[in-house]
Design a protein around this ligand. Sequence first.
Ligand code: HEM
Length: 692
Amino acid sequence: MRARIWDLLSSSSSLFYRFSTSSTCTRTPRSSLVPMDSSPTLSLALCRTTHTMSFKALGLTGGVFTANPANVEHMLKTNFGNYVKGEAIITMLEDFLGRGIFNSDGEKWLWQRKAASYEFSKRTLRNFVVDTVQFEVIERLLPLLERAGRDGRTLDVQSVLERFAFDNICRVVFDEDPACLAKDSVASPHIAEFMGACNDAQNAILARFNSPIKSLWRVKRLFNIESERRLREALATIHAYTDRIIRERRERGEARGDDFLSRFAAGDKHSDESLHDVITNLVLAGRETTASALTWFFWLVSGRPDVEDNIVREIRAVRRASSSNGVTSGAAFSPHELRDMHYLHAAITESMRLYPPVSLDTYVCKEEDFLPDGTFVGKGWQVTYCAYAMARVEDIWGTDCEEFRPERWLDEAGVFRPESTFKYPVFHAGPRMPERWLDEAGVFRPESSFKYPVFHGGPRMCLGKEIAYIQMKSIVSCVFDRFTLRYTGGEGHPGLVTSLALRMEGGLPMQCRRLPPTSSPPGEIARNQATRVARIVACRASADAILRCRCFFLVAICLPPAALEYWTRRTGQSPMTDSGYVVEKDPEKSGPALRTEQGSGDAWPSANPAVRGLLRCTEGGSNARIPWRTRWRTENSMAASKPLSAFHPLPATAGFPNQFFGFPSPFLPPLVSPPTPVTTSTTVLCTELSMI
Ligand code: HEM
């Protein structure tokens, strides 16, 4: 445990903290770490064993800080009901956020959570997000970088990202475009006022939290002075704006859009007040978090050319894989392509590990409790978990915990691994395994997944995680496909400021340079990268190929070509994108074609160990309704239903399975002959199943 983390925690007294600039991580590998200068404190002595500290001064409410995953799991999941936002915090935020999803507990929170989860889970919402992000990237972000690169101007990338996020979240939440990132801003005066008011309101709320005297804001509010006067004015503007768009949305009635407000306004389940809360809460959720994550990401990557190279290679390999399969992607990447960018996913995840946008989160204990590490928590105490500190705990992440190392999130095949069982080496080691890691029966209790609470966890887990990744990966892939960004802020570590999200003090000055459009990685490296991408595609495809195949046949039989085409256009994906299939119009025939991507080595199937034995390709016969030329199979039907992370290539065996999921398929007659070997230079094998 690093001394300085606890120094910064112990010197903090309010919900929001200003981290000292010495509390840094490094972009460079551990070997070049600058020695730490912090001196150990009492809190450090307390924390070395439990990664937790508690304090209680006479007459004041006590509090707990923890960086212990077991404690985090306890408060966010196991004893969820006992840890609430609490009236004190809710009241401070209520003027701005009402009793929206972020600012409520119990029943009030639950029904909002249910309604929001339902909307967040819809594919149409995701597609809407993809469309809006792509628009913003192509029409605004890339031209902005292009101009800055051409003029040799230094950009404050943090500000660019924050404006991007605001444009984006406003469109997603209520479908209005503030155009903050447009060259000649086309925003209406109303939305410009709304944006200014949101900033003012947020600052005034922060002032409440940061005040050393906790109830001072009430006095200021009573007399309508200072930050409270600004807050009142800002809230009036916000209310006027939201009232107007809610009224308009209600009047629009059936002609609903895909944005959140339209979804919630459809039907009369939500009052105007709760629609207002939907707007303010979601705008708040989306406006700073992704911008914060990417600000630190670009800073970290600019100091690690090796990571940037890997990302660029992967992006280009995915591009090549798509185009060699006949998919012409435009300037932006499709969701399908984004999903294949595992290294990028890992790099963003790793950057958020070190610089979590929500670096501290506080809950209030309802009834006396003991945390799993034995820490006592009194009734009404505030318990804060510190994701920022957790990233720097060696017991959780190993001795290289402070290093920016995307590879820690990848398995041997280069596939993103959301959780790893190797994160608690100290607790796993037999002799050192403390008893607290055994359950009552003395059985080892597996580690918790709460070592990475960047998106929170348990019932209140972030609902926007998926769309946040879509947004972040879209931005990074498009930027790095064309530009390279260099940090120009000097050698030192930028200062950290916790606003509602972790911001960079003074912004992120960067220069951008256009990359040659066709530059591609040299020989061997490019081939390895392409192979890795192809393997990932292959694994994903094979893992659920059979199941999806069956679905495809049903879909293909039932839906006319026009419907399939519509589906593809509407969703930007195929009905079976998860399995790597793309349904599209066959240029040679009038019907749709099923195209499937599979990885192979130089010669099918022997040269690629990841694929060998995993898939079997065979020439099939035809039946009366569906002639096909090629089919894919997996030997192990169980593997098809497992998540990709749990999937392991099967050993190569001779011959072919003569069963389909343990029972004969109506569509797949017995297999008759081994496949014709296929050779492909890009290692991506494409086969077509044509419908006539
Ligand atoms: C990198 C980006 C993001 C991060 C790191 C993040 C992180 C978090 C965290 C830590 C919480 C828990 C906060 C609490 O204790 O109340 C949360 C909640 C939430 N987030 Fe996110 N978030 C991100 C992006 C988004 C986006 C883009 C949206 C949607 C537009 C969103 C929607 C929500 C919602 C609705 C909740 C409330 C869940 C509940 O209380 O039941 N988030 N997020």
